[in-house]
Design a protein around this ligand. Structure first.
Ligand SMILES: [Ca+2]
Ligand SMILES: [Ca+2]
Length: 493
């Protein structure tokens, strides 16, 4: 597990190092929903159409809790493909995009000898960096996310060599910093640039200064550690410097951490014993698994949730299925509602494959890179469907046969303008013929039902009118499948 995790990290390192150095097949069939409104207020569909006898029941009126509000992905950017990136960010509709900021690139040498004076010529956020025949400009990436109304989560995995207390080991030189005032200047200058130069709304900026401090050096020969030769006091000092820098730029900027690779002990120690409660606005962690059992991913988040702050799993994935093919997509489709139910903000890793990355890291991407014309994988459609249909909803009660997973969220502007999204995952190998759906409490006794195959695209497979005091329909749910059923009040369609 750790080894795979480190491979992923290595990919990050490698990619960033290079950056610095270079400067329908599952379509089910909906049936028996009435296609025209009828005057009756009773169930519109005969239960006799159900051959399995199984029923999914949703109570629109039974609101459980708001769903996560800061879900998203780890993002990328290339200048030549600006239109593609902007379109994909719009289509995927993340609320948070996590982007690595490498000091080796931003401030490769100290801007000047005075940490109280920013020499802007020493900060390289406007410059295109060569990247495997294309270029990357942080400014353009940030502008695209700003325009997409996204919250930017910037993380600072490594130091430039000149600032590392452990000496210059290249673009991925380790924490802790040799000079906290210089470290703070680096952060403060970057945040000032975002807020003052790019007009990035400070309430939509999250700073994550620490990444995987618990990854031991040499634990994986392919991955340079992020922290070396440090004590808890060093970690606390870095978080405090980042917090103070953010406060100085704008108190609305949030600081989160600690993105441990392999546990939560350091985060809990920081919070329990070193004043971290006042330094961190949210808590982050990572978890990769290699099966459909994601209990380990949920279990790691639980101790962090006890602190009453937002919790983000801002790196996760499957190292068996990666994000490839229908199995990879099905895995994401299954894990997303599990995290959602727990109130953990999912920040998937990562949005796309990207040249220069480790192979495994590459395969966690939701779509291919430019060498494959940015082709979406099935897992990409899982996120498009989930974030667009469940994102921003309030969870409501849903029950299903134990072999199925069902998650329902409602979006109610008014009684006349109401929506329900029901996410259903069938990990079994059996077809659920005539699976019955019953929705109680919908504000209207009619609605427009749309059915989406989460693994194959974003367009509705079918659209039908349904009606009844209890809105009822049936669907033949294929084996190993994932679907979204969206009901909207007819007046809004
Ligand atoms: Ca400096
Ligand atoms: Ca300076």
């Amino acid at each position: 597990m750790n080894q795979v995790k480190r491979h992923v990290l290595w990919a990050t390192c490698l990619g960033l190092a290079v950056l610095v150095l270079l400067i329908g097949c599952l379509g089910g069939q909906m049936r028996s929903a009435t296609s025209t409104p009828e005057p009756t207020r009773t169930m519109a569909v005969s239960p006799t159409t159900s051959t399995s006898g199984a029923t999914v029941i949703v109570d629109y009126d039974k609101v459980l809790e708001p769903g996560p509000r800061e879900y998203g992905t780890n993002g990328w950017w290339t200048d030549e493909d600006a239109g593609l990136w902007r379109a994909r960010y719009a289509e995927l509709a993340p609320r948070v995009v996590r982007v690595p900021l490498m000091q080796s690139f931003v401030e490769p040498v100290n801007d000047d000898s005075d940490p109280e004076h920013v020499n802007w010529a020493g900060f390289h956020l406007d410059e295109p960096l060569p990247w495997f025949g294309r270029t990357i400009t942080y400014r353009r990436c940030f502008e695209a996310l700003r325009d997409a109304d996204v919250t930017l989560m910037i993380h600072l995995p490594y130091l430039a060599g000149w600032l590392s207390a452990n000496g210059d080991t290249g673009p991925y030189s380790t924490y802790p910093p040799a000079d906290l005032a210089e470290y703070r200047e680096y952060i403060q200058a970057t945040l000032t640039y975002l807020v003052d130069t790019l007009d990035y709304p400070p309430q939509r900026i999250i700073l994550e200064p620490v990444n995987e401090p618990d990854l031991a050096c040499g634990q994986d020969p392919a991955v340079p550690c992020f922290w070396a030769n440090w004590e808890m006091a060093d970690l606390v000092a870095v978080v405090r410097a980042a917090h103070d820098a953010a406060q100085a730029v704008d108190p609305a900027i949030r600081v989160v951490g600690l993105s441990e690779c392999c546990g939560t002990e350091l985060t809990q120690a920081l919070l329990d014993d070193y004043g971290g409660e006042s330094l961190l606005d949210g808590l982050t962690y990572h978890r990769y698994v290699h099966s459909f059992d994601f209990s380990a991913g949920l279990d790691r988040g639980r101790p962090l949730q006890g602190y009453g702050k937002p919790v983000y799993i801002n790196e996760y994935g499957n190292t068996k299925y990666w994000s490839d093919g229908e199995e990879g997509a099905l895995w994401h489709s299954y894990v997303l509602p599990l995290l959602w139910q727990e109130g953990i903000n999912p920040v998937q890793f990562s949005m796309a494959e990207f040249p220069g990355m480790h192979q495994g890291y590459d395969r966690l991407g939701l779509f291919r890179d430019w060498s494959a014309e940015w082709q979406p994988k099935p897992a990409y459609w899982v996120y498009v469907n989930f974030y667009n249909h469940l994102g921003g909803t309030d969870l409501v009660a849903a029950s299903a046969p134990s072999e199925l997973l069902a998650l329902a969220g409602r979006r109610e502007v008014s009684k006349e303008e109401a929506g329900l999204a029901l996410w259903v995952v069938n990990l079994t190998k059996k077809v659920w013929d005539g699976l019955q759906f019953e929705v109680t409490g919908f504000p209207q006794n009619h609605g427009t039902l749309r059915v989406f195959d989460n693994l194959t695209g974003k367009d509705a497979l079918e659209t039908q009118q349904i009606e009844g005091e209890v809105l009822t329909f049936t669907y033949d749910l294929p084996a190993r499948s994932s679907f979204t059923f969206v009901i909207a009040s007819t007046t809004t369609e």
